[in-house]
Design a binder for this molecule. Structure first.
Ligand code: PBG
Length: 332
């Protein structure tokens, strides 16, 4: 809240901008590597890293390369990584049953990371899309996503990730009631310290395209993602979603995508004062990369400005494909 009294602001707000030292002293929002989470993709082969054409600089990593890549992030000061698996097509089915295989790609990656880099927090995604032959986040029954059947799958997935040692599980599926069910399952399984980062306000966005290229997870029928992800025109509904997830036991909530939804970040922080995370998604990353490649924008400057905007809007932490780069830029 701006302070209002007779002599403030002074007749010259510009006085606060006259010197670099003063500008630094009065700056309200700051960006630090402490606030950054690096999303990374992992594939299940021994082969080389596979570049993702719509996300220059991002790769599907083999397991050993993922550990190395996380080492670079950790050394730069990034505190957490979020893992997304490119699952072999032969393992995909309509039930997404590979999602709760204890020897699946994600549990193996988590175990490798927690043993190599115990201080780096590992966040795993809970949703079926990487495992679904239809590219859907949930279980499809009769042409519709079945809410309760999906929750049954998600709790198995959560338990499997917790057993592997994930620090945080992040349901990104948008089913109703999944946070409470996941919390209960984690507690019953002795994982009361595993945190839940709920993708509470996740919009049915066209900015996810490059991510779906990375995982080969574009929806191939079954249902329309707009029947579970939020309508981009809605703001009040985001507050309802966040309230429910907090009530069910979410430790942190997420707004996704980022830049087109800054008002949602602000409103959620104002309304609940809880830890709010924001996801600068693949399409946002692709836009920065494309403009930079053309020499149209100064990449480092615009990326730092965009991320600072998330912090000013109230985000505590940011998932960004730029996380490691930014941490390296900030420590120069
Ligand atoms: C799905 C999921 C998606 C992303 C993260 N988890 C895509 C989708 O909902 O189709 C997108 C992230 C990005 O675009 O960077 N569980």
């Amino acid at each position: 809240m701006p302070i209002r009294f007779a002599s403030y602001p002074s007749g010259r707000p510009r006085r606060l901008r006259t010197r670099g030292a003063i500008r630094d002293l009065v700056r309200e929002a700051r960006l630090s590597s402490d606030d950054l989470i690096q999303p990374l993709f992992v594939h299940d082969g021994d082969g080389p890293d596979q570049p993702i054409p719509s996300m220059p600089g991002m790769y599907r990593h083999s397991l050993p390369s993922l550990v190395e890549r996380c080492g670079r992030a950790h050394a730069a000061g990034v505190r957490a990584v979020a893992l997304f698996p490119r699952v072999n097509d032969s393992l995909k089915n309509e039930a997404g049953s590979e999602a709760w295989n204890d020897d699946g790609l994600v549990p193996r990656a988590v175990r490798a990371l927690k043993s190599a880099l115990p201080d780096l927090a590992v966040i795993t995604d809970l949703a079926l899309d990487p495992y679904s032959s239809l590219g859907q986040d949930g279980v499809v029954i009769d042409g519709e996503i079945h809410n309760e059947a999906t929750i049954e799958a998600l709790v198995r997935q959560a338990a499997s990730h917790a057993r592997a040692g994930a620090d945080v599980v992040a349901p990104s599926d948008m089913m109703d009631g999944r946070v409470g069910a996941i919390r209960a399952t984690l507690d019953e399984g002795g994982h009361s310290n595993t945190l839940i980062l709920a993708y509470s306000a996740k919009y049915a966005s066209s900015f996810y395209g490059p991510f779906r290229d990375a995982l080969d997870s574009a929806p191939r029928g079954g249902a329309d993602k707009r029947t579970y992800q939020m309508d981009p025109g809605n703001g009040d509904e985001a507050l309802v979603e966040v309230a429910r997830d907090l009530d069910e036991g979410a430790d942190m909530v997420m707004v996704k995508p980022g830049m087109p939804y800054l008002d949602i970040v602000w409103r959620v922080k104002e309304a609940f004062g809880c830890p709010v995370f924001v996801y600068q998604v693949s399409g946002e990353y692709a836009m920065y990369k494309a403009a930079a490649a053309n020499g149209w924008l100064d990449e480092e400057a615009v990326v730092l400005e965009g991320l600072l905007g998330f912090r000013r809007a109230g985000a505590d932490a940011i998932l960004t494909y730029y996380a490691t780069d930014v941490a390296e830029w900030l420590s120069r």
